[in-house]
Design a protein around this ligand. Structure first.
Ligand SMILES: Cc1ncc(C[n+]2csc(CCOP(=O)(O)OP(=O)(O)O)c2C)c(N)n1
Ligand SMILES: [Mg+2]
Length: 371
């Protein structure tokens, strides 16, 4: 199924999946689905937006690489789940939305979503170090990033926990507009979650309510093929998650989650529908995580051929090639952005290392709202 085939229309009733767990593709059925998406009409971007998207993806990548370094140097504790490889999803969706107006809800793999939302790297790194200057005042850590200012409704350790929270935010937009008469209430909410999470009840319950009430929400599935060590194709009845939208009469779309321009274009279509009162979209982004499930995972399960397939489709390199091929930017300009980002990430570490620990006497502070 191509992107062009699926956009803007309600999905048809699901037939047999286009590929099965018995795929003969060298990198398996997930990779086969990605290959089947092409050829599609490539999305376009102008120089300013292209550089903005590039900057955001590089920030996500370099920040996570620095997290790995800090974790192995003993500066972070507990489980830390990195986002390397999936940057096009965070950047493509969040940068298509309105900062500090629309709402975002994440998972335990939340650092890069927070950065795309505009939470300063200093605040994210401080939170990972458990410092008072962290966006959750050092009480949350890696899996519990939160920012009222940047409309980040949280990272959540339990899978699927954020979906009903996002649904509530989408309901609030609709309620303010339709019941309270606030015509300016047009905020859209994006809920991010993984393929494995689509096998639990909250996913289905929330899709049902969102469709029933035509809520302005994007259910963004980051299908990276794996739920810890469980292959998606072994764990779900129909691996094409976007097709599940049909059961609820909502729009569904699958997109190349390694192509930030394709993700952005699909997100823009879904946002437009949501703001127009046409209800939710189930957007399945085919992507891959480059590292193990968490930094405690030695990543010994996944086949090398599979890793190689996805590495060749790296979203950052792909956008860099697009920008230089289209004469929208030079390689030197992109290098300069990378240097700026490296300095920003290094600064976030210096800031976090020097920041104070929370006062133990205030351990239970911020459990309840204070204002
Ligand atoms: C309710 C609940 N059950 C089980 C777990 C254990 N768990 C942690 S991550 C995970 C897999 C989730 O996979 P997926 O949704 O694909 O997200 P990904 O890690 O690939 O981003 C599971 C089952 C959990 N955190 N919460
Ligand atoms: Mg997954």
């Amino acid at each position: 199924m191509t992107q062009a085939d699926t956009s803007r229309e309600l999905v048809p009733a699901s037939g047999a999946p286009a590929c099965s767990a018995e795929s003969t593709h060298v990198a398996g059925p997930h990779a086969e689905r990605l290959d089947n998406l092409y050829p599609s009409t490539p999305a376009t971007v102008n120089r300013e937006e292209g550089l903005m998207l590039y900057r955001d993806m590089v920030l996500g990548r370099r920040f996570e690489d620095k997290c790995a370094e800090m974790y192995y140097r003993g500066k972070m504790f507990g489980f830390v789940h990195l986002y390397n490889g999936q940057e096009a999803v965070s950047t493509g969706v969040i940068k298509a939305m309105k900062a500090q107006h629309d709402w975002f809800c994440s998972t335990y793999r939340d650092h890069v979503h927070a950065l795309s939302c505009g939470v300063p790297a200093r605040e994210v790194m401080s939170e990972l170090f458990g410092k008072e200057t962290g966006c959750s005042k050092g009480r949350g850590g890696s899996m519990h990033l939160f920012s009222k200012e940047h409309h980040l409704l949280g990272g959540y350790a339990f899978i699927g926990e954020g979906i009903p929270v996002a649904l509530g935010a989408a309901f609030t937009s609709r309620y303010k507009r339709d019941a309270l008469g606030d015509a300016s209430s047009d905020a859209v909410t994006a809920a991010f979650f993984g393929d494995g999470t689509c096998n639990i009840g909250q996913f289905y319950e929330c899709l049902n309510m969102a469709a029933l009430w035509k809520l302005p929400i994007l259910f963004v599935v980051e299908n990276n093929k794996w739920a810890i060590g469980m292959d998606h194709n072994r764990a779900t009845s129909d691996p094409e998650i976007w097709r599940k939208a049909a059961a609820f009469g909502m729009a569904g779309e699958e997109v190349d989650g390694m192509d930030v321009l394709a993700v952005r274009a699909a997100a823009q279509r879904a946002i437009e529908r949501a703001r127009a009162g046409e209800g939710p979209t189930l957007l399945e982004c085919l992507t891959y995580r480059y590292r193990g499930h968490s930094l405690a995972d030695p990543d010994e399960l996944r086949a090398q051929a599979e890793k190689d397939f996805w590495a060749q489709r790296d979203p950052i390199k792909r956008l860099a090639s697009h920008l230089t091929d289209q004469n929208l930017a030079t390689a030197e300009e992109l290098k300069a952005i990378e240097r700026e980002i490296d300095a920003e990430v290094a600064d976030s570490v210096d800031f976090a290392l020097a920041a104070p620990e929370p006062n133990p006497e205030e351990l239970t502070r911020y459990i309840w709202a204070e204002d």
